[in-house]
Ligand binder design. Structure first.
Ligand code: ATP
Ligand code: MG
Length: 497
């Protein structure tokens, strides 16, 4: 047998791994590996495969698979299908009761192999996702229970209070919670308000902490679907199989023994589903999602029938689409289908003029939450905040203020001293880096709104020229190559007077 096995490894692999050590690796893998020869006789069967099937390798090795697994037929055995066709078979999910009577769910892939003598075989690679499957069911039922408890709570407390009205649909924000007067931000807000009036998909693009979730909830709550559920699902955090059965549901069927359970699409019926970090969704699942969007129907994993669903889809991503295409993480067809309306949220460093407003907003919030009466921040801290680049955007600002509220003692204002060391350090070391930048640095591939970006550059150039001319407008105008009147006009425009 060893001889035969040695021959299914490439010469390179054999050389690299050394005498027989590759075999130990295969035997130690968490994935189940099952290799048969052309007569469907098992020539390799590792411990993981045995664990899943409830068998010991010696019960399987050197025997025909039909002898060991009596329920297998020529037609339903994927190893046989691959032997016959010479083609790979991918089976998304399979649930079965093993020889020990345990119910196991696996994801399998069967690939053809050619031994060096030219004879053919097949290899099945299986991943045990039984625990993941159970987790999916637990998450799903917890989500349902949580949602119905919330509804009960809301109807018990009455619906006079705005917040509690929204709690019943799983959200806590409306457009009114979005703070910002910056031009670029206002423009996106207006687009979002318009989007709320339509039923098209919306793609919200923005760096972390720019308010994507707030915009999504705002759109849902201002839409005709507001009374229906809002369900958000992060696409990055979960393995593909779990996400697939969470999104589309699972059906107790011939293959999947998992409990019959509707997916999030069905649960969000009549409402909105938010797919967070869509560019992290498994590439194949993106194709399945595209079909659901195009046809308005879902089919549960392991199910036969398609069910119509009326769900509005919102999606978010935190990198520019071109980057996601280049990285191969986002299907272009899905992107075009999702971005019927596309909202691009500006990072905080491109709307620094909103920092004072946001500070007021968070002071109001935390004064009430901490039962304090702090007046604001010191002038020194404000200067630093206006210069800082805010990689974590509004969330970072909010956390910084919350930190300050926790650490400030007698003072009425939060200063650099009331911030933890790591925050103090990043705010104290800004000086030159930021003042030398004429405009906020851009992410690779990021395209800002041209007018507002150029305005930032213009404003900084004017300030620099005025500083160098000691405030003399004629000289500053000369340096910039514009007339005094023109400079005067720009000073007014940018409130620099
Ligand atoms: N315009 C805004 N006005 C008020 N608060 C805001 C605004 N934008 C963001 N926030 C605050 O910042 C926090 C982060 O926002 P949100 O969760 O929407 O970010 P996100 O873009 O979804 O980030 P991530 O990509 O990390 O999920 C929110 O809890 C909210 O309090
Ligand atoms: Mg988010």
């Amino acid at each position: 047998m060893d001889e035969q096995l040695d021959r299914i490894m490439s010469e390179d692999a054999g050389r690299l791994l050394g005498g027989g050590s590759w075999r130990e690796i295969v035997l130690a893998l968490d994935e189940g590996i099952h290799i048969v020869d052309q007569q469907a006789r098992t020539i390799l069967y590792n411990h993981s495969a045995g664990r899943m099937d409830g068998l010991r390798p010696e019960e399987v090795l050197d025997r025909s698979i039909f002898e060991v697994f009596p329920s297998l037929t020529f037609e339903n055995s994927t190893l046989m299908q691959t032997l016959k066709s010479g083609k790979e078979v991918s089976q998304s999910q399979q649930t079965f009761v093993n020889m020990k009577g345990e119910q196991i769910t696996t994801v399998n892939k069967t690939v053809p192999v050619i031994f060096s003598g030219g004879s053919r075989g097949a290899m099945e690679i299986s991943r045990d996702i039984t625990l993941i499957q159970e987790l999916a069911e637990n998450i799903s039922s917890l989500r349902n229970r949580f949602s119905s408890e919330r509804s009960a709570e809301t109807s018990a407390t009455g619906s006079q209070e705005t917040k509690s009205r929204f709690k019943s649909n799983n959200t806590s924000y409306t457009f009114a919670d979005l703070v910002g007067e910056n031009r670029e931000f206002k423009k996106v807000m207006n687009d979002a308000v318009r989007a709320a009036g339509s039923d098209s998909s919306v793609l919200i693009i923005g760096e972390t902490g720019t308010g994507k979730e707030l915009f999504a909830q705002g759109i849902h709550n201002a839409s005709s679907r507001a009374a229906q559920p809002f369900i958000a699902q992060n696409c990055a955090a979960l393995p593909r199989e779990l996400l697939e059965s969470l999104l589309f549901g699972a059906e107790k069927g011939s293959f999947t023994g998992a409990a019959t359970r509707p997916g999030l699409f069905e649960q969000a019926s009549g409402g909105t589903i938010l797919l967070d970090e869509i560019n992290s969704l498994d590439y194949d699942l993106q194709a399945k999602l595209l079909r659901v969007l195009q046809e308005g129907k879902v089919r549960r994993v392991g199910g036969q029938q398609e069910k119509e669903v009326d769900v509005r889809v919102l999606a978010t991503m935190n990198q520019p689409p071109e980057e996601a295409f280049a990285a191969g993480s986002l299907r272009q067809d899905l992107f075009y289908r999702l971005s019927v309306i596309c909202l691009s949220l500006p990072p905080l460093r491109r709307r620094r003029d909103d920092i004072p407003l946001l500070l007021d907003h968070f002071f109001e919030l935390y004064n009430s939450r901490f039962n304090r009466r702090l007046e604001g921040i010191t002038a020194q801290l404000k200067r630093a905040l206006l210069k800082y680049d805010w990689p974590g955007n509004v969330r970072e600002l909010q956390h910084m203020i919350e930190c300050g509220f926790n650490l400030v003692s007698q003072e009425r204002r939060i200063g650099l001293d009331s911030l933890p060391l790591h925050q103090r350090e990043k705010l104290s070391n800004l000086k030159e880096a930021s003042s030398n930048n004429l405009a906020a640095p851009l992410l690779q591939g990021e395209i800002p709104e041209l007018e507002s970006y150029l305005a930032q550059v213009e404003k900084k150039m004017i300030i620099r020229a005025l500083n160098q001319s000691g405030g003399n407008k004629t000289d500053a105008g000369k340096m910039l190559g514009i007339s005094r009147q023109s400079l005067q006009y720009k000073l007014k425009k940018y409130h620099l007077e």
